[in-house]
Design a protein around this ligand. Structure first.
Ligand code: PLP
Length: 394
């Protein structure tokens, strides 16, 4: 009795989530310490201390009715103002509270913006490999996701193919840097070229093409690599930010959209997005956590922990003969499978109690994603299994 659309979405439902459930099943059989679950991007580094301190302070000092009450669908004015100021300090922008809309994580924000922008059959372009949920987020509003094939040399976007695939129906382009699943950060050179292409195509077709920047991993960048702030390069940028990874709060569902004044039709977009937030059923972003993050805008998780994991896993796997790009950000390693079939490779890994996700789930077969937001010890204990795996298949 479920809708045809949901039947399709159930069928293609998240492979990552399925692996995560499989991990729990295997842990019950073999013991949690003998299962190496690299399937899901659930942060393993604790939130910074400031989070608990902020919660306690808010609960002790503020009016309970207002802590838990409804507010403007876009979020508390003072929270949005604090976020705007913090972005301005970091990136030299000039946002105000009117440019910020508090959302239910990045996922909520992306749904709000696609509901706001898309007419049926409008096209949204993305670059493989990409976060598989984009398919659902676009389909939710009857849009079409157009996937640009991967550039497996360095996993920067394939801009030649991009140029060819932009059409008068292209309403938006969604990018994600630092990237899930590759960990690659799109360089400033890439962003400049991508922006130029978009400006040319807007002119050619007389349309507006919005660049949606999905940024849950912005703060997880290693070796001081800069992550360009996209609204400084392209006027029609909309930024989707989340505190899920930056402050290790994925279950609290808190993030925001930035809709700059210079984006075409800004006023209508922000008022429509405000309504979309409400009528999608979010109503508003969680009240307490809006207040909490506003007090913690300079707090950081300990990214050295992820960095140590990155080094251990990358160096270990490389020494066994696996091929992958050293990630500059996020907490994923995207590894070429030593056999062609990535699904088969994941099944072989599962026999060694190693849970990883197929590249196919990200539109890039022949690779697997290993989420290294796990204990250091888990990687140490899993490495012999990875070594045995490559020896077995070679
Ligand atoms: N976008 C990307 C690229 C992600 O990896 C994730 C979560 O893993 C999301 C969006 C959703 O993030 P949130 O939990 O903030 O909704």
């Amino acid at each position: 009795m479920i809708s045809i659309k949901m039947q399709e979405q159930v069928q293609s439902s998240s492979v990552i989530r399925a692996m995560f459930e499989e991990g729990k099943r295997l842990a019950e059989i073999h013991g949690v310490e003998n299962v190496f679950d690299f399937s899901i991007g659930n942060p393993n580094v604790e939130p910074p201390e400031e989070i608990n301190e902020a919660i306690l302070e808010i609960l002790k000092t503020e009016n309970l009715m207002s802590i838990h009450g409804y507010m403007n669908n876009s979020g508390y004015e003072e929270v949005r103002a604090a976020i705007a100021e913090s972005i301005n300090d970091k990136f030299g922008t000039a946002f105000t509270q009117n440019n910020i809309l508090m959302t239910v994580g990045a996922a909520g924000g992306l749904n709000v913006i696609f509901k706001t922008l898309l007419n049926p059959k409008d096209e949204v372009i993305t670059f493989a490999p990409f976060f598989g949920e984009y398919k659902n987020y676009v389909k939710n509003y009857e849009g079409e996701l157009v996937v640009i094939s991967p550039n497996t040399i360095d996993f920067q976007p394939n801009l030649e193919e991009f140029k060819e695939k932009i059409t008068p129906k292209t309403k938006a382009v969604i990018i994600n840097s630092p990237n899930n699943p590759t960990g690659v950060i799109y360089s400033e050179e890439t962003i400049i070229k991508l922006s130029e292409i978009l400006r040319e195509k807007q002119k050619e077709f007389g349309t507006d093409i919005y660049l949606v920047s999905d940024e849950p991993y912005r703060e997880l960048a290693y070796d001081n690599v800069e992550v360009p702030y996209l609204s400084n390069y392209y006027a029609n940028t909309i930024i989707g930010y989340s505190f899920s990874k930056s402050l290790s709060l994925p279950g609290e569902r808190i993030g925001y959209l930035v809709i700059p004044d210079q984006a075409a039709d800004y006023k209508n977009i922000i008022s429509a997005a405000n309504i979309a937030n409400r009528i999608l059923g979010f109503v508003n972003a969680p009240s307490l956590f809006q207040r909490v993050v506003a007090k913690c805008l300079n707090a950081k998780v300990d990214i050295d922990t992820y960095n140590r994991n990155r080094e251990l896993l990358y160096n270990g796997l490389s020494s066994y003969g696996y091929q992958c790009i050293k990630p500059e950000g996020a907490f994923y390693l995207f590894v070429k499978t030593p056999i062609e079939n990535d699904v088969e490779f994941c099944n072989l890994a599962k026999k060694k109690n190693i849970l990883i996700v197929t590249g196919t789930a990200f539109g890039c077969p022949g690779y697997v994603r290993i989420a290294y937001c796990v204990a250091y010890k888990t990687i140490e204990k899993a490495l012999p299994g990875f070594k045995a795996l490559i020896e077995e298949v070679k």
